[in-house]
Design a protein around this ligand. Structure first.
Ligand SMILES: *Cc1c(COP(=O)(O)O)cnc(C)c1O
Length: 344
């Protein structure tokens, strides 16, 4: 076994096929024992439920090396629980939490050579996915499923520091009130592709989605939750009164760190778009970037310039970023169980 010789700093964020993946199939009312396999392809019926009625959900987390060369991941229990919630909402059989965590460990250990070296900024991105393989014609849940975890090395999200981004208020909606916005389902992304392509063409990095019911409140972007810092240095987290924001592991961890490690006041409440002009810092949170600072929001003719500007992260968000990544990397002691050891 030897570490792969990749240009870790420059591999970017695209699929690189690694050696092993984990697969378990659901049939006759139960998940089989599951196994590690080298086969990266999937053969299924033309009538598989996933192809017609989008019965699919996924997760995303990452494994990385600590300074003392252990391989760890971050709060996989929350990804396991969220996938149970996603599956339940989509009438799919949940994959048990303990088995999910064990499968993550097995896949990462099997692909140990693909875990980037400490300090490279690169990580091993882990993608659990579950989908209906059983035949459906009438609109019904299928009776067969596959749960799979593969992983792929990804480069540092920010090369040379996190630059604030410019985003736009989308003319499209992401998630219906009381719909599926609070689960990690591929269907939430299918409809976001057209808006993101258009936003990129117009020079924006992301779309800011408002609540679809009234287009008044800030919800999230296509793939990241939002945090604000107000004038008094408090953290303000948009809450959806229609439960259409995805519960980000990163955002929940940031809220905990803000309150319990940094002693900030944390408010989670509905936030109107027009209120944005009263905030001094803004960030997007998700596994990939941890926090991306936002410098500017364009709402058609109106532009909200966030006072922290377009040059660097604001001081509070920087502190949150440094503390959370410090905990992830093991430089700062975090709450028990957050850093999950896979290999010593
Ligand atoms: C995955 C995802 C996030 C980020 O969640 P993390 O658990 O922090 O990676 C935010 N919003 C949406 C819509 C997502 O799908």
């Amino acid at each position: 076994m030897a570490q792969k010789n990749l240009d870790w700093e420059n591999i970017g964020f695209s699929y690189i096929k690694t050696d092993y993946r984990y697969v378990s199939n659901y049939k006759d009312g139960k998940w089989d024992d599951g196994q590690i396999t080298e086969d990266s392809t999937i053969v299924m019926s033309e009538d598989a439920g996933v192809l017609h009625y989008a019965q699919e959900c996924f997760e995303g987390l990452k494994a990385y090396r600590t300074e003392d060369n252990r391989i760890v991941c971050f709060r996989p229990d929350l990804n396991a629980e969220r996938m149970v919630d996603s599956a339940t909402r989509l009438e799919m059989p949940p994959f048990p939490k303990e088995r999910f965590i064990k499968a993550v460990e097995e896949v990462v250990k099997a692909n140990e050579d693909w875990v980037p070296p400490y300090g490279s900024g690169a990580t091993l991105y882990i993608r659990p996915v579950m989908f209906a393989t059983g035949n459906v014609i009438g609109v019904n849940p299928a009776d067969e499923y596959q749960f799979r975890i593969f992983c792929t090395p990804v480069g540092p999200y920010f090369k040379g520091g996190a630059k604030p981004i410019s985003i736009k208020v989308s003319d499209f909606d992401r998630a219906a009130p009381h719909g599926t916005g609070n689960i990690k389902a591929g269907l939430n992304y299918a409809m976001s592709l057209h808006p993101i392509v258009k936003a990129h063409e117009e020079g924006f990095a992301e779309n800011l989605y408002l609540d679809a019911g009234t287009r008044t409140y800030v919800e999230e972007t296509g793939g990241a939750n939002i945090i604000f810092v107000d004038k008094d240095g408090n953290l303000v987290i948009p809450r959806s009164y229609t439960d259409s924001i995805l519960p980000s592991v990163t955002r929940r961890s940031i809220a905990y760190v803000a309150e319990h490690v940094l002693g900030l006041k944390v408010e989670e409440r509905p936030v109107k778009l027009e209120e944005v002009s009263s905030f001094v810092e803004m960030g997007l949170c998700g596994t990939a970037a941890v926090i991306s600072p936002v410098g500017k929001i364009t709402d058609h003719g109106k532009v909200y310039e966030i006072p922290s500007g377009m040059d660097e992260m604001g001081p509070v968000i920087k502190k949150l970023y440094d503390t959370l990544t410090g905990i992830q990397m093991g430089h700062i002691e975090g709450p028990a169980g957050w850093v999950h050891e896979i290999k010593k």
